[in-house]
Design a protein around this ligand. Sequence first.
Ligand SMILES: Cc1cc2nc3c(=O)[nH]c(=O)nc-3n(C[C@H](O)[C@H](O)[C@H](O)COP(=O)(O)OP(=O)(O)OC[C@H]3O[C@@H](n4cnc5c(N)ncnc54)[C@H](O)[C@@H]3O)c2cc1C
Length: 380
Amino acid sequence: MTRETYDVILVGGGIVGISTAYHLSTRTDLDVALFEADRIGGRSTGRSAGGIRQQFATELEVRLAMESVEQFGRFAEETDRVTFSQNGYLLLARTDEEAARLRTNAKRQRQLGLDVRELAPETLTEYVSYLRPDDIVVANYCPTDGVVEPHTVTRWLSDRTREAGATVREQTPVTGVRTNATGETSVIVGNDEISAEHVIVAGGVWSERLFSTMRLSLPVDPTRIQIVVTDHHTEITEDDPFVIDLQRKMFFRPEGGSSLLVSGQHPTADAPADIQSYNKSHDYAFSAAVSEFLLERTTGLEDLQIATGWAGLKGVTPDGLPLVGPVSVDDDEGLIVATGFNGHGFMLAPAIGRALSEYVVEGTWTDLNLEPFSPTRFDR
Ligand SMILES: Cc1cc2nc3c(=O)[nH]c(=O)nc-3n(C[C@H](O)[C@H](O)[C@H](O)COP(=O)(O)OP(=O)(O)OC[C@H]3O[C@@H](n4cnc5c(N)ncnc54)[C@H](O)[C@@H]3O)c2cc1C
C-alpha cells in the first residue's frame, strides 16, 4: 500500500464534483485530486435534460441558480464547446392554488433581481406556437432561464481543472473513506490509502455506499426518471422555451432543432430504484404517458412519434433540499458531502462548487451560506 496526500480530494466527477474541483484548482493554490469511478459526467449528469431554471421557491435556491446562470454564461463566452440556449422557462399553472404559489414565488424572485413575467393564457402561443392554453390560469416566464448541454460543459470544466494543475482520474473507484481524530481523512483507491485535509464526497446517489462502515446515513432516495425525444416537426423550433406543466409534473423543450425532449414525474418513477441494476432505458408505460400528455398540452403535433429515450437516477431528500456540507465523524471535521439534489443538481452546480471551494478555504460559509442544506439537519 502506498500513501499519497492532497489538500482536497473529491470523490465523483459528475457536474457537482467537477465544478467544485474547477473552482478549487482555478481560484486557490490547493493541491486537488478528483477520483471518478466511471467517466466524467457519465452517470446522472450525462443523463439529465440540461435545464437551467432560476424560478425556485426559496431565496437560497434562487440565489444559487442566478449565480449558476452567470457562470454558465461565462463558460459559453470562454469556449465554443459550451452552448447555453437562454430561451426561458415557462411554468404553467392550471389551478388557482398553483397560480397563487407562482405569484408568491415570483414576488420573492423579483426582490432578488430576477426578471420574471406573468403571462396571460391568451398570449402563450406567441411563445410556443403548438401550446394548448385552454386550461391555463396563468404562466410565469423567465427569459434568462435555459438549457446547457450537460456532457460537454462537464468535460470542458474537467479539462480546465486538469490544466490548472489538479489530478483528475477516471475509471478510479474509491472503495472506502476513513477518518481519524487527528483531523486526517483518507480514501481507499485500489491498494492505496490517500489522505487529505478535506474529502468531498460528490458521488451522486452512490455516495452513501462509501459510508457503510461509518455511523453515517444520508436520507437520499435514488429515484428513476425517464426522458424521451420525439421525431422532428416543423412547428418545433430551437428557440422555443422550456415548458413545465406544474400539475402534471411533466415538461418539454426543443431538442436538436425541431424535436421535443419530454420528461417528468411518472407513477413508476417514484419508487426508490436499485442504484446498481436500474433500467436505463425508457419504457412503454412512460412513452404512453408522454403521448397522452402531449395530446393534452399541445396542438398540431398529433402525428409526433417517440424516436428514442433513456432513464437516469436523481436523489430525492425528505424536504426537497440538497445535502451539502460537513459531516462530523469521530470528531473529524474534514469530511464533506454534496448529494441529494432532487433533480436540480445540474442547474445549481456552478454556484455550489464556488460555495464549497470557499468553505474549504475559509472553514466557514461565505456569501452563499449553505447551512440550510446541512446533511445533519434531520438528526436535530
Ligand atoms: C433524466 C434526468 C433528467 C434531469 N434533468 C435535470 C435538469 O434538467 N436540470 C438539472 O439541474 N438537473 C437535472 N437532473 C438532475 C441532475 O442530473 C443531477 O442532479 C446532477 O447531475 C447531479 O450531479 P452529481 O455530480 O451530484 O451526480 P452524478 O452526475 O451522478 O455524479 C456522481 C459521480 O460520482 C461517481 N462516483 C460515485 N461513487 C463513486 C466512488 N465510490 N468512487 C468514485 N466515483 C464515484 C459516479 O460515477 C458519478 O459519475 C436530471 C436527472 C435525470 C436522471
